[in-house]
Design a protein around this ligand. Structure first.
Ligand code: HEM
Ligand SMILES: *[C@@H]1O[C@H](CO)[C@@H](O)[C@H](O)[C@H]1NC(C)=O
Ligand SMILES: *[C@@H]1O[C@H](CO)[C@@H](O)[C@H](O)[C@H]1NC(C)=O
Ligand SMILES: *[C@@H]1O[C@H](CO)[C@@H](O)[C@H](O)[C@H]1NC(C)=O
Ligand SMILES: *[C@@H]1O[C@H](CO)[C@@H](O)[C@H](O)[C@H]1NC(C)=O
Ligand SMILES: *[C@@H]1O[C@H](CO)[C@@H](O)[C@H](O)[C@H]1NC(C)=O
Length: 510
């Protein structure tokens, strides 16, 4: 038999455990005032673990909790989800810190980049170096962007579209979209001359995306996929470096189209000189940052653009309206509008319409905006940590310091009060004819690219690329679905179609 003293000891320990793990978190902690997503949330993170199994993010469950319990819900003993403008303003515009362990998964070459930088000061410095070349006005007026886009559209994409349309051969646009995203991105970051050609070279494409998928599934893994991608990134840096150092006269006399390595050159000129002088030929800071952009490049096109083409393929009448709008461009984006890439004086002839004009097309803009609302590249909550003093959400829920807190774009974009019939793809909701107060409210809730100091660096770039690609396809072709198995279920982690394919039939209209 246990002694009375022993029994007392056990009782005290039990009482302490019950208090610490059940009574305090459930009834006394400030977080106990927040509605629970599930009754077990105050005691154990098991519920969220279950919903997150297999690499998912459980956004459907989080969303349903918000629908039932309002804009602030507790997901676990130390985890809160928020879906409101007040939440966005405080957490993201207010610049709450990223969880360190989480950020550090996204290191390349064991060196921080924008995504993995934790210190607000370092991060702000790096943002300032890059903001110019990723700004909307820079991109819409960039000669390099015109040249590289013409090369990719006319020399790589059109031959593929023409072959498919002529033989009525089904075309997998999911594969094409992610390859095009990588090619656009690598050309802009490292220069067109030595950038990737995944759109045309299927062997190179398969090898690359095998590693790319592996890396996205597990960014912290230091295995073969990371090694190969990092090796590839270094080659691209070396090529960009060679471009930067070449005598300027050489580029002018070249007969093939060439562009500056825009992002590489910008960083090279802005990074502190001592960080560039390393034993290795390439600065790790430069390599880490540029590789991150390159890896992000295919994400938007493979997700958002694929869903866009799918939705359009179900709507021939909308395709016709879009085509009428695209025909107002001068010149329209058609395969036959081919001029020689270089005129005799070395000036590249403009073959695509101005990007200003392309960007200003209202229906095209509404279509892209609506697709980003429903199918952004990542549906995952963007977690932050509350600062030491905590914060008060919606004027009534105090959250102490050190709590994991975040918003999932899914919960913002599926709010029926802001976006009626929210799960349905309706580009018209973004058109100017709509009630302007309503439109303004929708824009405030639009959160595909995040907000505040860590908002997506590539947002104007990826929107421009998608607009160019849509114009290239829908000016001269209609698309209809051959095989869309897997499109109905979007993966809730990255948001991309589960079947990883979208097979369409192209027919030329002109
Ligand atoms: C449709 C396509 C894309 C979507 C929906 C998207 C979305 C996002 C979101 C939501 C964030 C914020 C994450 C957070 O708050 O922690 C982000 C960050 C970022 N994105 Fe994108 N992105 C896209 C494409 C791209 C592309 C093509 C690039 C290439 C330059 C890029 C580069 C970045 C970088 C560098 C960050 C980190 C910014 C920072 O922490 O300062 N993204 N993106
Ligand atoms: C439209 O596409 C067809 C098939 O690819 C092509 O033969 C034709 O030249 C294109 N029309 C224009 C005006 O570019
Ligand atoms: C891209 O690859 C294809 C096939 O591999 C090739 O025909 C084409 O010339 C390449 N284009 C560039 C710009 O490297
Ligand atoms: C495609 O890429 C692979 C690997 O980079 C290369 O070995 C091959 O020569 C390329 N094929 C063509 C046709 O350019
Ligand atoms: C870049 O491309 C040029 C021409 O295609 C080639 O001569 C050069 O070796 C390449 N540079 C690197 C570093 O790959
Ligand atoms: C809501 O969406 C459904 C499915 O897309 C559609 O059939 C219905 O007409 C929409 N309702 C309204 C009121 O727009």
């Amino acid at each position: 038999m246990a002694s009375p003293l022993h029994t007392l000891g056990v009782a005290i320990i039990l009482a302490f455990l019950v208090y610490h793990y059940i009574i305090y978190p459930t009834f006394l902690s400030p977080l106990s005032k927040i509605p629970n997503a599930h009754f077990t949330c105050p005691i154990h993170p098991l519920w969220m673990w279950w919903k997150r199994r297999g690499g998912r993010e459980g956004v459907h469950s989080i969303f349903s909790a918000h629908q039932r319990k309002g804009p602030v819900v507790r997901l676990g003993p130390n985890e809160v989800s928020v879906a409101s403008l007040d939440g966005l303003r405080q957490i993201y515009v207010g610049g709450f810190g990223k969880p360190k362990w989480y950020a550090e998964q996204f290191m390349n070459y064991e060196t921080p980049n924008l995504v993995s930088m934790v210190s607000p000061k370092d991060h702000a410095g790096r943002r300032r170096m890059l903001s110019h070349v990723y700004s909307k006005s820079y991109l819409l007026n960039s000669k390099d962007m015109q040249v590289l886009s013409s090369a990719i559209i006319f020399d790589r994409l059109f031959p593929i579209l023409e072959a498919a349309a002529q033989d009525s051969k089904p075309l997998d646009l999911y594969q094409a979209n992610r390859a095009l995203g990588a090619d656009f991105m690598s050309a802009f970051v490292f220069g067109l001359t030595n950038s990737t050609n995944l759109t045309c070279n299927t062997t190179e494409r398969q090898e690359f995306f095998h590693n790319h998928d592996e890396l996205l599934r597990n960014p912290a893994e230091k295995g073969k996929a990371r090694q190969e991608i990092e090796g590839y990134g270094l080659e691209l840096c070396q090529a960009a470096n060679a471009l930067l150092r070449r005598p300027s006269a050489k580029m002018k006399s070249s007969t093939t189209a060439s562009t500056e390595p825009v992002v590489y050159a910008q960083l090279y000129s802005r990074l502190p000189k001592e960080s560039l002088k390393t034993n290795a030929a390439i600065s790790p800071a430069l390599a880490s940052e540029t590789l991150d952009h390159f890896v992000a490049g295919p994400e938007g096109t493979r997700t958002t653009l694929t869903f866009l083409q799918w939705e359009l393929s179900k709507r021939p009448a909308l395709q016709a309206r879009l085509r009428n709008e695209l025909f107002t461009l001068d010149p329209p984006v058609q395969p036959t509008f081919r001029t020689h890439p270089n005129s005799p004086n070395g000036q590249v002839t403009q073959r695509l319409p101005s990007f200003q004009a392309l960007d200003a097309l209202p229906l095209l803009d509404a279509i892209v905006q609506e697709t980003l609302r429903l199918y952004p590249a990542s549906q995952a909550p963007q977690f932050r940590i509350t600062p030491p003093g905590g914060c008060t959400l919606e004027k009534r829920f105090y959250v102490p310091g050190g709590v994991r807190i975040g918003t999932a774009v899914f919960c913002m974009h599926r709010n029926e009060d802001i976006f009626p019939n929210a799960s349905s793809w309706e580009p018209e909701r973004w058109m100017k004819e709509q009630d302007s107060a309503r439109l303004k409210e929708m824009r405030r809730w639009f959160w595909a690219f995040g907000s505040g100091p860590r908002t997506c660096t590539g947002r104007y770039f990826v929107v421009l690329v998608m607009k160019i690609l849509i114009a290239a396809i829908y000016t001269n072709y209609t698309t209809s679905i051959v095989d869309d198995e897997g499109m109905e279920q979007e993966d809730t982690f990255l948001g991309h179609p589960v079947g990883e394919k979208l097979v369409l039939r192209l027919s030329s209209v002109v």
